[in-house]
Design a binder for this molecule. Structure first.
Ligand SMILES: [Cu+2]
Length: 132
């Protein structure tokens, strides 16, 4: 007579435990997947794989960038107006006009050194590319 009463109670506990396990597993796998991309983005050491300069609000981001010789540098213009990335002095590199929303690339100089650059359209915009 008591057995039929005990079985449903045990079944209910089993259901609660299995739901808790499923929630813990889902949370664990979600956290692991999100951490990997942020780790690769945080590397700041010189790399020949590529570098990125974003132009936004009439400024270069980052304003100073260090790359290995000959690195392919990508320039993204997120402003509503045309800009350039032009090395001052020897003009070691010059993207020419980069229109609003456009992405261009250039090769960093092979010779190590510090290369200040400006936007020729807005000469108050300054950045610096260091090759080493
Ligand atoms: Cu400009």
């Amino acid at each position: 007579m008591r057995a039929p009463l005990l079985l449903p109670a045990r079944a209910r506990i089993a259901v609660v435990v299995s739901v808790a396990c499923a929630a813990a597993l889902a949370g664990c796998s979600g956290g692991g997947g999100g951490s990997a991309p942020s780790a690769t983005r945080s590397t700041a050491s010189p790399s020949a794989a590529g570098a990125l300069i974003t132009i936004k609000d009439f400024a270069f981001h980052p304003a100073t960038l260090t790359v290995a010789p000959g690195t392919k540098v990508t320039v993204i213009n997120k402003d509503g107006t045309t800009h350039t990335v032009t090395a001052t002095g020897t003009k070691a590199f010059d993207t020419g006009e980069v229109k609003s929303g456009q992405t261009v690339t250039f090769r960093a100089p092979a010779r190590p050194g510090s290369y200040p650059y400006i936007c020729t359209i807005h000469p108050t915009m300054h950045g610096s590319l260091t090759v080493r």
